[in-house]
Design a protein around this ligand. Structure first.
Ligand code: PXG
Length: 288
């Protein structure tokens, strides 16, 4: 395995970041989780654009151009002989003094890991997932915009722990107004009376690339889509539910907080979207 780290490809044992890197000390940095399917990087430009926006929001000057990020991403996949997998592209604030001040960090560090990821066992893609709402709220946009894909995931990690303590693999996080924001690393959709509904990004959801892909698929399938405020009640009483993410892909959800959703099996529209997603990822993307 070869890791890209600041201009070089190194063995995992040599892929080291300083204990003085503010990415580690303060979670100060940004990242993307990207998928590789059949030798094509899925929606690479969209991921790199989001990385640029995340960096801009935290006033981190990216040390590479869009083209350079694209090249190192593809090259890391090639170096590892991968045609299918998961790519983690990370930019840290870099090495600095102790103390928050990011201006003490001379130069951001960039690394790329190309590997594999499995978030949920296969049976859940076939039979659906049971999830719970957790007490930890999604961070208020006035504190840290949830649209920033930063290295600080403690908010989501606490929710993940709470899900596990309730015996579930995934959690719904509400925003500070009590509306559904998203899951710990996935966006959420419901199908109700033939309409596809998802919380808007202003409700605390990341502008997911998979979410955006589902919008495109729904258009193709003539399923109307609406971004709206969503409550737990809307999910309990929905006909169908599913979650989306680069790592998770599209996962049917059949239970929330002990209430069975719809028929209790992955719904018709969900399966249509899932099938279309699986076809699309094989033909779309940037060839490595
Ligand atoms: N919300 C949050 C908070 C996320 O972190 C999504 C939604 C879905 O967005 P995308 O663009 O992926 O459709 C994410 C994405 C991991 C991992 O290592 C996490 C994500 C993506 C890839 C890998 O757990 N989160």
């Amino acid at each position: 395995m070869k890791i890209y780290l600041d201009g070089k490809f190194v063995d995992p044992a040599d892929a080291k970041i300083s204990v003085f890197d503010h990415g580690l000390l303060y979670g100060d940095g940004v990242f993307e989780g990207i998928r590789l399917y059949g030798g094509n990087v899925f929606r690479l430009e969209e991921h790199l654009e989001r990385l640029e926006y995340s960096a801009k929001a935290i006033m981190l000057d990216l040390p590479l151009t869009r083209k350079e990020f694209s090249d190192i991403t593809c090259e890391t996949c090639r170096q590892n002989g991968l045609t299918d997998g998961y790519i983690r592209l990370v930019v840290t604030r870099g090495v600095g003094d102790l103390g928050l001040a990011p201006w003490s960090c001379a130069k951001p560090s960039v690394f790329v890991i190309a590997s594999k990821i499995t978030l949920y066992p296969k049976e859940h893609y076939d039979n659906g997932l049971a999830i719970v709402t957790v007490p930890t709220r999604r961070i208020n946009p006035a504190a840290l915009p949830p649209a920033v894909k930063s290295l600080n995931y403690l908010n989501n990690i606490l929710a993940k722990i709470e899900a596990k303590q309730s015996g579930a693999l995934e959690a719904i996080m509400l925003n500070d107004q009590g509306f559904v924001a998203e899951c710990t690393a996935d966006n959420i959709f419901i199908v109700h009376k033939g309409e596809l509904i998802t919380p808007s990004s202003s409700q605390g959801a990341l502008k997911g690339i998979t979410r955006d892909t589902v919008f495109a698929i729904a258009k193709e399938l003539n399923i109307p889509v609406r971004e709206a405020n969503m409550t737990r009640y809307d999910i309990w009483t929905a006909d169908e539910c599913f979650i989306t993410g680069s790592a998770a892909e599209v996962v049917p959800v059949v239970k929330l907080d002990g209430r069975v959703i719809g028929s209790g099996k992955p719904g018709h529209s969900t399966l249509q979207i899932l099938e279309s997603f699986r076809r699309r990822v094989l033909v779309e993307g940037t060839k490595i």
